[in-house]
Each structure stands twice: as C-alpha cells, then as structure tokens.
Design a protein around this ligand. Structure first.
Ligand code: SF4
Length: 388
C-alpha cells in the first residue's frame, strides 16, 4: 500500500521528515507548515489547507504503482475509532469479563450497529431506559453521557453503575455546570435528539437553550445578554459551528465560550482529512452508522466541497451506481466504525469494482488514550486493544 503523509501544522521533526521522505513520493514536494504549540487550533486547519493548495497535492499522480485498471482508493488517516470509543467498548468488554452477563448498557454504547451487535452477542443487554434494568443490576452509561437526572434514578434503583462517558463529553458537562452556577444562560449548539445533547442540556435544564442553525440564532431571545455563554456538541461540523458562533458573537458581543473548543480532536481530524483529500477524489465513502453524528458530518463536509459522499454501515450498503465512471475514490470511517469494516470495504472495492491501488493519505497522527474508569483498571490487564 502506498503511504502518503501531509505534514502537520504542529511541526515535523527533521527525523520524522526524513522518515516521511523515505516513504512517500509526496515528500519531495513538501512545504513546511506553520507550527503552533496548541491543539486543536485554527492554525492546524489552515495549515492543512495551505499544504494542499501550495503543493497542488495529487498523490495518485506521484508514481504509485498502478495496476491495469488505473482505479485508485485513497484511504484516509486518521479514520475510525477515537479514544472515547475505544474506552467505551473496552468498558463493556471488561465488565462482561469480570462480572459476567447480564450487563446492562443504557443506550447504544457508541453509535455503530456492528459494535452494538457484537457486544450484544457477547452478553450485553442494551436498554433505552434504566427502568428496563432490574433493581440492583449492573449498568453502563454510554460514551455520549447522561444527565444528572439519570444518575439520580440509578442511585434510587440501587444500580451498580460504570460510567463510560467520554472524558471530552464530561468536559462539556463541567463547563455547563460552571456557567450554570454563575447564573448564565447556556446556548448549546447541537442536534436536538442526540444522546449527548440530551445529557448536556440536563445539566442545567432551566437555563439552557438549544440552537441548531444560524436561523435559530435570529429567533433567540435571552433575558440578560450580559450573562450568556455558548457550548457545543463534540461531534459537529467545524464550519457550520463556526458560522453559528460568529452569528452569536455578532448578536451578543459579551457572550462567553468554553476555554477550548468543545468539538473534539477526533471529529476535527477526520473532517480535516476529508477536506484535504476532497479536491483529489471523485467520490467519498464514509463507513459509519446513520445515527453517528460525526460520520454524517464527514459526508456533509465532502459534499460541501462539491464531491459526492455516501455513508454506509458496511460494503453491503454500497450502491454500484455510485461507483460508475469513478476512477479515484476516497474511503474514511467515523469515530465509532470498526477498522475491519473498512478493510472489508477496500477488499470488495478491489475485487468487484476494479480498484487496483490503495494509497493511505495521512494528515495527522493520533495518539490520544483515555484511562478506564477506576473500578475497571485492576481488571484491564488482558484487554487493551479493540479488534472488532
Ligand atoms: S467522537 Fe470525540 S467526544 Fe465522541 S467519543 Fe470520540 S473522542 Fe469522545
């Protein structure tokens, strides 16, 4: 597999640069990107775009070995599981291993049908509400987080709780608590029915207002414009959210925001990879479930670049009509989509649709890991990686 790496806004050491040069024909045309000491940041996004623009980056014309068809797959990195999803799946697996079935999981542990099906067959019981779990049972909260009301209900029903909420979602909850204590009105930017949004709104139900679009900002009325703040769901489109925030700032100049953006690193990186490759592909396939917010945003980001994009749970959902006359296809995966589904998709694209070459296009290395909930740490020795 040909491997192509775009250098990052956060700098590349000379050692890394030689390593890249050894691996990639693209490196011969590299331009150093601006370096900044903070992540995530706007410079990062700008640098990625600048690298693509300056170099006229077209990895598939750079001497990759061609098979007779000339049809190529650009495989994006980073893609697939984020640290919060790895942690949440590990939590269920370890809990099943240590405590045995039944283990109840409130809501889908992550928004992916294959992951949920596999954990269900391993003994997890997925429930929509805590009332479906027996009193005193063991229940896991999903990666998307829960409201304080759910936590109270669990305590009343004497449930043994393991919390798999992603730490980056917890960060948003803590911000909501902090602003609510100061008597602020919280404008939460997000999607109404998403589990994460329901949980965050629950932190301050009396003083939170949900905003989904720029039009919602036009309709917004707050009691005290001097005491308002905004927070966001972690898995939104960066561009769309920026538009809403700018509109909020124009309407309420005193509005405060979180110290660092709430959209998480995994969402940002996957969107940046799609943006970087969109000019160089004819279609994008995103592996992920329909209820996966970050996966849907990847499709939108690509379509906003004028390139068709489709969300598929797996290869079976690929419509051959999408691939007609397509010579260069890009493939990525949402943060809750298992890698084996990506590999299957690649193999079947090669076997059935004549794509002869796969190039990995890497724009950012990810090394984020989250520690397990304390009660599971002593039991984690056998399970540290996910191989769904
Ligand atoms: S997508 Fe982001 S917020 Fe959601 S689980 Fe992954 S790291 Fe956490």
């Amino acid at each position: 597999m040909e491997r192509v790496q775009l250098l990052q806004a956060h700098g590349v050491s000379s050692g890394n640069r030689s390593e890249v040069a050894g691996r990639s024909t693209f490196a011969a045309r590299e331009r150093p990107a601006r370096t900044c000491g903070r992540f995530p940041c706007r410079q990062y996004a700008e640098a990625i775009q600048r690298v693509a623009i300056i170099t006229g980056y077209m990895p598939f014309f750079n001497g990759a070995s061609e098979e007779s068809t000339g049809k190529k797959i650009l495989l994006l990195t980073p893609r697939g599981f984020c640290a919060g999803v790895v942690r949440a799946i590990d939590v269920v697996k370890i809990a099943l291993d240590v405590y045995g079935a039944p283990i109840y999981v409130r809501k889908e542990i992550v928004h992916n049908r294959h992951v949920v099906d596999q954990l269900r067959s391993a003994g997890a019981i997925f429930v929509e509400e805590l009332s479906e779990a027996p009193e005193g049972g063991r229940v896991i909260f999903s990666a998307h987080g829960i409201s304080p009301a759910v936590r109270r209900e669990a305590a009343e029903r004497k449930l043994k709780v393991i919390d798999a909420t992603c730490p980056l979602v917890t960060k948003v909850h803590l911000e909501a608590q902090r602003f609510a204590k100061k008597g602020y009105t919280i404008i939460l930017i997000g999607h109404k029915d998403h589990d994460e949004v329901i949980g965050t709104l629950g932190e301050a139900p009396g003083s939170s207002i949900l905003v989904e679009t720029e039009e919602d900002v036009d309709r917004l009325e707050v009691q005290d414009p001097a005491r308002i703040c905004y927070l966001t769901q972690t898995t939104l489109s960066l561009d769309e959210t920026r538009g809403i925030i700018n509109k909020l700032k124009a309407k309420y100049p005193q509005i405060e925001g979180p110290p660092a953006q709430d959209i998480c690193y995994a969402t940002e990186n996957r969107q940046m990879a799609v943006k970087a490759v969109a000019p160089n592909c004819e279609t994008l396939l995103v592996v992920g479930s329909q209820n996966s917010s970050n996966s849907r945003r990847l499709v939108e980001v690509c379509r906003n670049s004028g390139v068709p994009a489709y969300l598929v749970d797996d290869y079976d959902e690929v419509d051959p009509g999408w691939l007609r006359d397509v010579n260069v296809i890009a493939v990525t995966a949402g943060a809750s989509a298992p890698e084996n589904l990506v590999r299957d998709l690649i193999e079947l694209l090669k076997r059935h649709h004549g794509f002869g070459t796969v190039e990995e296009v890497e724009i950012k290395e990810e090394d984020v890991r989250f520690s397990l909930p304390g009660e599971l740490v002593p039991h984690a020795r056998r399970l540290t990686t996910i191989s769904l």
